[in-house]
Design a protein around this ligand. Sequence first.
Ligand code: SAH
Length: 493
Amino acid sequence: MADRKGKVYLVGAGPGDEELLTVKAVDIIKRADVIVYDRLVSGSILSRIPDNAEKINVGKNAGNHPVPQHEINKILINKALEGKTVVRLKGGDPFVFGRGGEELEFLHENGIPFEVVPGITSAIAAAAYAGIPVTHRDFCSSLHIITGHAKDGGSLDIDYDSLVKLKGTLIFLMSVASFPQIALGLIEAGLNPDMDAAVIENGTRANQRKFVAKLCDIPKVIEENQVQSPAIIVVGKVCALSGKLDWFSKLPLYGCNVLVTGPKKTSEKLVGQLSRLGAYVIEYPCIDTEPMDFDIDIKEYSWIIFTSSLGVQIFFKKLNEAKLDSRHLHNKKIAAVGSQTAEELLKHGICADFVPSKFDGKHLANELLRSGKITSKDKVVVFRAKDGTKELVEIFESSNISYTDVPAYTTKYIKQDKVDINNIDYITFTSESCVKGFAYSFDNAINSSKINAICIGEQTAKAARAYGMNTIISDAATVSSMVEKIVEIYCVK
Ligand code: SAH
């Protein structure tokens, strides 16, 4: 075992939009034992790294002390010699001003096996998200990517005369600070000061900003708008297309900041849908769920009721562990509180016998009773959250229905760092516990009147109102309906 060498994968993480990771990168990240990452790898990508992988931040952050290159090399080698699968994750493409070549040379010298997974470079992607095609037959026949970073603090090493002669699209990286000097160099070498140009900050991310101006005005634009790194600067006629071809800033939720509460493993769907519509999403996993042990002889019951998809997952895991499957339920009736729970059942081959008209416990119990589907002859078992609302079972209780209430999982609150809620347009809550977990992170002291809470149902809204939040309830108790509600209200703003 000791002499089994691991391998280092030099992987490009793309420019920020999590969905611009390659399929190969996602696969390797999932298998990694150790992930060594840079500052430019976006937070949303980092939050997708499995918990069991060791994460090492070697980010070169201005104020913070960066990990020197020789230390990074040492980490890579040592981890690989321990037999580990190491992912060296870099923003964009690892070979585009990413020092990927240097790291590989070092690995080669030390006999460490490696592979490279190219990434989508910000040089091209940030422009694409700003409506700028980096080449266009009508405008240019070449494309040049240039660094504006002076090596060891010295002067810039840019051959302005050659660049101007080539008449191609010029893309400058690491050039926010040095651009006044670069613009001057280009103009002095004969480039028209009125040439189209653009600055794209945080390209492909939900907080992307784009400024289009003449080359000579770009330094002023950078200063006035306090453009920060990471940003690319594009110079060339293709920038003139940016108004016509812009699509990113036209997404319905562009500019909308949403904080998503809930257990990390279940908020993925909401985060994905919001991000795809252009929202800036902050994940806030202030609660987590833990399966509970239960021992139930299902044979006794005529109806099984599930009040969440998590309940379904836990139930079937337990069933499978006992070497049983859905056939064990062949003579049972099964109810789901809503469409998401019903969808989860379908994954296990079960088509729910009943889903209420409104997706909550109260409607579920009342409609089952009123329709005569459940009568006093039935025996009912309910799988639900230990601390969930009791409405459902209380209705059975008062109607003299024989039932067993099985707590399938508990919820615990996780203290998260406080966030500045002033910049947040909406906070999503998919359960009462999410509201309580959120308040817990703020020591129950939040200026709630500023919070627009998007709630999955009345019960959740009631909890949010108790903290003084403004509540908006989605039309249906589903994640998609919550997203539709946000689009509806944000777009009329
Ligand atoms: N390997 C990276 C580039 C590393 S150099 C790539 O292929 O994208 C760092 C520079 O990349 C930054 O200074 C900035 O100019 C650019 N950059 C990286 N990510 C960016 C982003 N999301 N938006 C705009 N520029 C970005």
